[in-house]
Design a binder for this molecule. Structure first.
Ligand code: BGC
Length: 236
């Protein structure tokens, strides 16, 4: 069944290192249900996570199509990297596998790209960083995604990558104060590199940000990681 006005409902899923989240959106991308969440199965292998998504789908009720944000590089529905999940994801056709499981068409994209679609204005150069288990990045030019940006695994300082300095493991290890001072340095470094018009900071740990931010840097709610899922079905 579709909405009374004939519109399709989208089950938007965010696969994270600590939680898998899902929410049904209407055609305009507004939530139709409260978000459901389960802890990411351990070990985070494909079958266990696909099973967790099926459970969340059951809780969310009816939908006609699915969008997934995945924490790694994704090309044509295939998951190419999965640094914070499990090597079994490398080369997996997640779109097809999940579509067979749920009986609905599925689009898959990088999780930071999905966050970005939920946050950007569509004007100028916009950079999106997500702070969660990993360090996600997405770059948009006039609303168009520049694919496969993986700033998280790029060298940042002291022989560490951005993810090694600012991922959740680092936050737990060094505490909020030091993590914030690293984040300040990271923002300065990214600004020099991208000369963005606007930088958005999202992800589950963005609530720990305790910095005075320049006017072109905005903290966005983590729910954008689900709301942005509607963009994967636009023009489809
Ligand atoms: C992955 C990115 C992902 C980020 C946030 C990184 O480790 O390589 O693709 O967007 O974590 O989940």
């Amino acid at each position: 069944m579709i909405e009374a006005n004939g519109a399709s409902r989208t089950l938007s899923v965010d696969i994270g290192g600590s939680g898998v989240k899902a929410m049904v959106l209407d055609e305009a991308g507004n939530p139709l249900k409260e978000r459901s969440r389960v802890a990411t199965p351990q070990p985070p292998k494909p079958d266990a996570i696909i099973q967790a998504i099926a459970q969340l789908a059951g809780e969310q009720g009816e939908f006609e199509r699915v969008s997934v944000g995945f924490p790694g590089v994704v090309t044509n529905g295939i998951t190419k990297t999965a640094v914070n999940l499990d090597p079994d994801w490398i080369g997996l056709d997640l779109a097809t596998k999940l579509s067979e499981k749920l009986g609905k068409p599925v689009q898959v994209a990088n999780d930071a790209d999905v966050q970005g679609y939920g946050a950007i204005s569509g004007k100028g150069v916009e950079l999106v960083i997500t702070l969660g288990t990993g360090f996600g990045s997405a770059l948009f030019v006039e609303g168009k995604l520049v694919p496969n940006l993986e700033a998280g695994h790029h060298p940042f300082r002291k022989k560490d990558t951005y993810e090694e300095q600012l991922g959740r493991a680092a936050l737990k290890k060094v505490g909020k104060k030091k993590w914030n001072s690293r984040l300040k340095k990271a923002i300065a470094s990214l600004e020099h590199l991208f000369n963005y018009d606007c930088l958005y900071l999202g992800g589950g740990e963005a609530k720990k940000i305790n910095l005075e931010l320049p006017p072109n840097v905005k903290v966005v709610p983590n729910v954008n990681g689900l709301l942005g899922g509607i963009a994967l079905w636009q023009d489809k």
